[in-house]
Ligand binder design. Structure first.
Ligand SMILES: O=C(O)CC1=CCC(=O)O1
Length: 96
């Protein structure tokens, strides 16, 4: 099942820089792992914002929740999830 996920990152200004950098690095490692498994299918930076737009390909809402809530930056992100289904005019076989 595909989900459009928008993540807005809001790291508090009083979080020590070393802690913020460690969280960003851990997030990066986890995001790359999940992209390799295919669960995190697309990852795009939103131009001009500390935010991303992503497409997840997971079994359902519970798996998505488990993934998102275990991300290192989860406590500092506002996340919006939109479930997707196939568009009848799509020419892409992997849109499902
Ligand atoms: O920088 C972001 O948008 C937050 C994030 C998600 C995956 C990653 O590597 O960073």
């Amino acid at each position: 099942m595909l989900f459009h996920v928008e993540m807005e990152v809001r790291i508090p200004h009083d979080l020590p820089t070393e802690r913020a950098d460690a969280l960003k690095q851990a997030e990066r490692v986890r995001a790359m792992e999940l992209q390799r498994t295919g669960a995190w299918r697309h990852l795009w930076r939103v131009a001009g914002r500390y935010a991303n737009v992503s497409i997840f390909d997971v079994s359902g809402a519970q798996e998505l929740h488990d993934i998102l809530s275990s991300l290192p930056l989860f406590p500092f992100m506002e996340i919006r999830v939109t479930p997707l289904c196939r568009h009848p005019s799509s020419i892409h076989d992997d849109d499902r």
